[in-house]
Design a protein around this ligand. Structure first.
Ligand SMILES: *Cc1c(COP(=O)(O)O)cnc(C)c1O
Length: 396
């Protein structure tokens, strides 16, 4: 599976004999469904790694968000403040509750929700704030904590992209009332599909466990006192995740080296700006993220992505702002920073097995594609043209 390749995917899971061993163990035990020893083990270890009181495993990160909001009793007529720039799941989970996602702008310094904008959006119907650790960078939890305490709001962290991040030395997962994770195939650690919630409140964890299991009374089988959901994780996924937790520090270190490699290789590239990192933050190495071109440049990012595609490098554009999506359309939302980041942001291949030399190759191709922007199609393009443009760059 591993080894040098000339086409670079944007993401790829890191799977070894250890994952294989645990999954085969779970398989052979017969516990392939949502009961089994790996589940309890995974929840215990996730909570402990996050310095949280409890964790609940779920079938994916989207339902983890819904589970938190449902357990908090958020429903029709309520409003939940979310950043305008995030993956659609953050806003969808609010809509699943019948509540309204109120989108506010993000900060250029962190790409995460602007606490001042959150404060301005709080009204009589506001019940919760869901902050998102975009591209692995934790939101400003101290500021959001103070705000939520003052207004009696639930503070939720969508840490789908930030497993392993810390803020002032404290791990993500213990910085909000509840924190949700995704273990989708492209996330820092993965079980293919999977999710989880950590919380500082054991009673809240019990409420989530009830709703996760169809609302069944834990003391009376087939009696369902509330409307619940089937949001359970399987023991097979938990086995895979136990192996990923064993290897988490190694996976994180390797992914950090990949991102540091790009940032080093591309530091002098005038057309690119790296992801800013706030003081006290150790971001999670989810996906290398850069901005292309000058502020509000509407075309260079897509031109770079097309050039990279031709050179065998997959990339991803940043998310489309939530208020621009049909299901959450809000023409009144005024989020210029989110709009600008969304137009200029690009993610580059980031996975543990990407070797140092391969990072250099990708960075070289980024330079090549950048130099070709604006050149007519069919013009010299490729290693020779790149070498030429490199020479002229050095000559300048
Ligand atoms: C990946 C992701 C999710 C949802 O995860 P799934 O496991 O795919 O449901 C939620 N929020 C953010 C910010 C994400 O990146």
């Amino acid at each position: 599976m591993t080894g040098p390749t000339d086409r670079f995917p944007v993401a790829r899971p890191s799977l070894t004999e250890l994952e294989e061993r645990y999954v085969v163990d779970a398989l052979r035990s017969g516990w392939i469904s949502s009961q089994g020893p790996y589940l309890a083990e995974f929840e215990r270890r996730l909570a402990s790694r996050c310095a949280a009181a409890a964790a609940a495993a779920t079938s994916n990160g989207t339902v983890a968000l819904h589970l938190v909001l449902a357990a908090a009793g958020i429903g029709p007529g309520d409003e939940v403040v979310v950043p305008a720039l995030t993956y659609v799941a953050t806003a969808n989970a609010v809509a699943y509750c019948g509540a309204r996602a109120v989108c506010v702008d993000v900060l250029p310094q962190t790409w995460c929700v602007d606490p001042a904008a959150v404060r301005a959006a709080i009204g009589p119907r506001t019940r919760a704030v869901v902050a998102v650790d975009l591209y692995g960078h934790p939101a400003d939890y101290p500021a959001l904590r103070a705000l939520c305490d003052r207004h009696g709001l639930l503070l939720v962290a969508d840490a789908a992209e930030s497993f392993g991040a810390t803020l002032d030395g404290r791990p993500v997962g213990g910085l909000a009332d509840a924190t949700t994770f995704s273990f989708f195939g492209n996330k820092v650690i993965t079980s293919g599909e999977g999710g989880g919630v950590t919380t500082s409140d054991p009673a809240f964890a019990d409420r989530m466990r009830l709703l996760r299991n169809q609302g069944m009374d834990p003391r009376r089988r087939y009696y369902f006192p509330v409307l619940g959901y089937n949001y359970r994780m399987t023991n097979l996924c938990a086995a895979l995740l136990c192996a990923q937790l064993d290897r988490a520090d190694e996976i994180i270190a390797r992914r950090e080296r990949v991102i540091a490699g790009y940032e080093e290789q591309l530091a002098d590239e005038p057309e690119l700006a790296r992801q800013p990192v706030a003081p006290g933050v150790r971001r999670a190495p989810w996906m290398a993220a850069f901005l292309v071109g000058a502020e509000t440049d509407p075309t260079s990012r897509d031109a770079l992505a097309r050039g990279l595609d031709r050179l065998g490098v997959d990339s991803r554009p940043f998310f489309v702002p939530i208020p621009d999506l049909p299901a959450h359309h809000d023409p009144a939302a005024n989020c210029p920073v989110a709009a600008d980041l969304s137009r200029r942001g690009i993610n580059l291949p980031t996975y543990a097995e990407l070797a140092e030399a391969e990072v250099k190759t990708v960075a070289e191709r980024v330079r090549t594609a950048l130099r070709a922007i604006g050149r007519p199609v069919g013009a010299p393009y490729g290693p020779a043209a790149a070498a030429g443009s490199r020479r002229s760059r050095r000559a300048r």
